[in-house]
Design a protein around this ligand. Sequence first.
Ligand SMILES: [Mg+2]
Length: 447
Amino acid sequence: MVDDSTALPPPPIEDRFTHIHVDLNSFFASVEQQLHEEYRNKPLAVVPTFADTTCAIAASYEAKYLGIKTGTRVAEMKKICPDIILVEGDHAVYSKYSERISEAVHDVCPVAHNPSIDEMVCQLIGREQEPPRARQIALAIKQAIKDRVGATLRCSIGMGPNRYLAKIASDMQKPDGLIGLLPSQLPRAIAHLELRDLPGVGARTEQMLHRKGITTMSQLLELDLKGMHGLWNSVWGDRIYHWLRGYVTGDDGAPVPQDMQKSLGHSHVLAPEHRSTEGAWSVAHKLLHKAAMRLRMEKMCTGALALTVRYSLTREQAAMLPKTKKHTSGITHTGWGMEARFPTCQDTLSLLEALQQLWKQAPKGALYQKPFFVGVTLNRLIYESEQQPTLFADADRRSELSSTMDKLNLKYGHSTLHFAGMLPARDTAPTRIAFTQIPVLYGVDWM
Ligand SMILES: [Mg+2]
């Protein structure tokens, strides 16, 4: 039989985990149980105010066993469990705990994203992706949270060959779960889930799927690529098709060849005082510095750098744009991103040069004045050992400078050393001079 399909077969995928998704269980309620020993092992609900008409914004596991969950009204809760402990929520306290947990996780494996107050995503690279090692990292993360923050703070961890599957896996076992989804087990390992268990499938999308005759996950998984594209009538169908099978996709929804998939990056929601162009630049600068240091620690080189910036919008501004999004923090925003490609390198100075070029392309104007989120990702990673020798000598001794900085940073703590030269200054200085500046000593890490 002749295969008349013109599409290339998707690249083979190895059984590896690229992402770890950490989801705290009953986060707000667990923090309250950590702070108040007398609340432990008891049904408890966190409420915004003490009134019979409000509902729970979080419930402890003991309350969940009784059928009380987020959204259950206070009057209803009292009916189910007359002695339920009600606690007024304190967002500032939960934010502090979230930060402490992030730090504990970060010490085991760098946190690449904080999608919400109770979630952290780590990106695995190199040999960390081997399933036994990934599992060790996941267990070490659980232990670090218990030891450094508190024993009541349990989490469910998902491991997957892409970020989407890692998030799905983190939801599959609660509390204190640890689930890995490997490409060779897909898609059958997720066939028993509900459509609503898929990230991005909310009530509206579910209705749309129902209208089109898809009511179960197995029906969705039986569709071919064309069917999935038709269902969403967009590239989202292609993406979800591939993600559910363990692939990583590009913007067009098609799988990215595996040798180009490797990436590592960091993103950060800016503190209110840094929500300006200058603040966002210094955060981008710092994220790049961290990513470059990790790249060298893993003995890798990169051939592409991607920058993402999200800008918060006022209600009037949002009304002017055809398409806006809502961040998990509730901020309405518009975003921008761009990737630069270059010969593979691993030194911070070459990468800063690329970041600076990208930064100049960022949109300007009234809608782009309030950046609140910055992400920096190094793509097209290869191992040092695979790198072609460069034709030109390392004239600026960039690699040597980078490795000296790494040593000092490791010895004296993160971000002890930083390159001087913010964008305006560097623009006016000849490149060579800017790049041979002496690193400047900063004080405490402010991020
Ligand atoms: Mg959670």
